[in-house]
Design a protein around this ligand. Structure first.
Ligand SMILES: [Fe+2]
Length: 202
């Protein structure tokens, strides 16, 4: 289930909202032109399934999005912990890549097949941290200032949609705001502690 935290973007960020209510999350994101939709998760896809297997499992949904929104390229990005000695280094390098605030010339559209990651959307003086989980299709419009945190132990499989093959360059703003906002690990821990306390996250 998706989880949204909204922060102020000042020197000492304050939490304005924490929620796992789907309707509330969708409405809050719609207000900043970010679209969140939910697809039924296909059972039986093993972790590490091939790109072909994953795209075949979601063929109808993927085809619909391509037809409606004009994407021309679709691929699968995935990262899963393993026992290799270079895993910590690979994980840290992958995490660093889009961990600072940036924009793209293309929309950033991701469907989470498995695992999770947090998109931080910095719009109108607020940061919306969207924890995406299996079944979530998030569409971030081009030129939206944002960053992405996959955490210190990245584990996700996501289908990506592109309009062209050269829109996928990060244009970094130089704003260090990502360093002030709770990261993936902190938000996941916070959510777990709220759940353990029997509260509904608000
Ligand atoms: Fe990005």
């Amino acid at each position: 289930m998706t989880y949204l935290t909204v922060y102020t973007d000042g020197d000492t960020p304050e939490t304005l909202l924490e929620t796992d209510d789907a309707a509330e999350i969708t409405a809050a994101l719609k207000a900043i032109d970010v679209r969140l939709r939910t697809w039924e998760v296909v059972d039986g896809l093993a972790t590490g399934a091939s790109q072909e297997e994953i795209l075949a499992a979601y063929r109808d949904e993927v085809s619909r999005v391509i037809a409606e929104e004009g994407y021309t390229l679709v691929d699968v990005a995935q990262l899963h912990p393993d026992d290799s000695t270079d895993w910590p280094e690979r994980a840290a390098a992958a995490r660093r890549k889009f961990l600072a605030e940036h924009t793209h010339d293309d929309d950033e559209v991701r469907f989470f097949v498995g695992g999770s990651g947090i998109f931080y959307l910095h719009v109108d003086g607020k940061v919306h941290a969207v924890l995406c989980e299996p079944g979530d299709l998030l569409s971030v419009p081009k030129n939206t200032t944002h960053w992405f945190d996959m955490g210190t132990s990245p584990d996700f499989t996501a289908i990506r949609f592109f309009h062209d093959d050269d829109g996928w360059v990060g244009d970094f703003t130089g704003d260090p705001i990502a360093e002030r906002i709770p990261d993936f690990d902190a938000i996941v821990a916070r959510r777990a502690s709220l759940a353990a306390g029997g509260r509904d996250g608000r």
